[in-house]
Ligand binder design. Structure first.
Ligand SMILES: Nc1ncnc2c1ncn2[C@@H]1O[C@H](COP(=O)(O)OP(=O)(O)O)[C@@H](O)[C@H]1O
Ligand SMILES: [Mg+2]
Length: 306
């Protein structure tokens, strides 16, 4: 299947000589939620802006929905909706007019029913006659999404959608993104909140200093790079780690009451079984056993600092 977004050997050098992107290669498939995860300054906004035709590329090739973003600029652009990182909303216009106007910019015939649905989905319907400048920050954010959806794009970019957003709006946004995906919309979101990628994404790309250092299914990423931890709470405290256990990745807690065993998610069974057998042989009893998986955050921090 042809990818919905295709990025090939993409480079970006800004006018001041700063190289923001280095040889980016990326394929994003129809209907997936792809999270581009990276620290501030990594190049996320630059990459999105190039795909959306706001920033010129220096070298390479980009296609959106099968259209070259330079040669078939209009078609590529029409298939894309962008919710930018920065809000541009100090306007006297009212909500309804702004969203309708944006649709018109993409050359789409008016469709009041669609605009109504978008405004209702985003809880903006009651505000449709309000001036944009009178809206709260959260409402402005919703308006930016409404504008991005006004022309029924197949691909939606959300650049740091929940930076500085309250919990309620964040939840609404996640819900909306899921619904859009169910309708077949491809979603690309950038974030430096790992929680967001963990919650939302099907696949994750990690970008650092202008380079994509990894692209992986979320689940694969977490099981490949993740660690699991098994904690055994002992009946009686141990003075020190028994010799039989020193070969295993086991630690004893300060108070001697807990054994902490860390292992790769992939090779769990054998090690755990061996550990429990050894404890049985040594007559060490435990009254509680808990496991914990490392979060995407721990994996990410490990990757970026590698
Ligand atoms: N217009 C510009 N001119 C020069 N450098 C820029 C410009 N825009 C962004 N940069 C630089 O490019 C790098 C990537 O920026 P950006 O794409 O905004 O990163 P992110 O969105 O991941 O935080 C940063 O070092 C930033 O300072
Ligand atoms: Mg950015």
């Amino acid at each position: 299947m042809q990818p919905d977004i295709l990025v090939k050997n993409l480079y970006k050098v800004y006018e001041d000589g700063h190289q923001a992107l280095k040889n980016i290669n990326l394929e994003i498939h129809k209907g997936e939620i792809f999270a581009l995860l990276g620290p501030n300054g990594a190049g996320k906004t630059t990459l999105i802006s190039i795909i959306c035709g706001i920033v010129n590329l220096t070298e390479g090739k980009v296609e959106a929905a099968g259209h070259d973003i330079i040669r078939d600029y209009r078609k590529a652009r029409a298939s894309i909706g962008l919710v930018p990182q920065e809000l541009h909303t100090d306007s006297f216009e009212n909500v309804w007019a702004a969203v309708s106007f944006t649709r018109g910019l993409f050359g789409k015939a008016p469709n009041p029913a669609h605009i109504e649905k978008v405004l209702k989905d985003l809880s903006l319907w009651d505000k449709r006659n309000n001036r944009i400048m009178s809206l709260s920050g959260g409402m402005k954010r919703r308006l930016m999404i409404a504008k991005a959806l006004s022309h029924e794009p197949d691909i939606l970019f959300l650049d740091e959608p929940t930076a500085g957003v309250d919990v309620e709006l964040r939840r609404d946004m996640w819900e909306m993104v899921r619904q859009l995906r169910e309708n077949g919309v491809t979603i690309i979101l950038t974030t430096h909140y790992i929680e967001e990628a963990e919650e939302m994404a099907d696949r994750i790309g990690v970008i650092r200093q202008g380079e994509i250092i990894l692209v992986e299914n979320k689940e694969t990423l977490m099981s490949k790079l993740g660690k699991k931890e098994l904690r055994l709470h002992l009946q009686q405290p141990l003075e020190s780690l028994p010799g039989e256990l020193t070969l295993e990745p086991v630690e004893l807690s300060e108070d001697g009451y807990e054994l902490i065993y860390t292992f790769d998610s992939q090779q769990e069974q054998a090690g755990v079984a061996r550990l429990l057998r050894t404890l049985g042989d040594l007559g060490i009893e435990y009254r509680d056993l808990r496991t914990r998986e490392s979060s995407l955050e721990e994996i990410f921090v490990g990757l970026v600092h590698e």
